[in-house]
Ligand binder design. Sequence first.
Ligand code: SF4
Ligand code: SF4
Length: 95
Amino acid sequence: MRIEEKLYTLRYKKDDKSHLKILDGDKCLECEKEYGDPQPCISICPANVYTWQNNKIVIGYENCVECGACRIACPFENILWNYPKYGKGIALRYG
Ligand code: SF4
Ligand code: SF4
């Protein structure tokens, strides 16, 4: 099964604010110099939540599948990660 097909088995209830936050934009610039583009958070995210635009990370938190991989992969511990509010975020379509 392809990742797109697996993602289709999830449904999303959008939270009104992001549960993911970049702590320090300067560290992302340093990261880009050290690791290149795409940076680790972009490479590892299965749901394309992170994009690099105008020298900063932009977060499409609505698509997050709450796997936690970006928090571990960020070499600068630069992602503040929380679960979405109760009742928001992802649920299994067939669960
Ligand atoms: S991996 Fe961490 S430091 Fe690097 S761009 Fe992503 S959030 Fe920023
Ligand atoms: S928790 Fe998983 S899906 Fe969400 S942004 Fe991080 S890597 Fe992507």
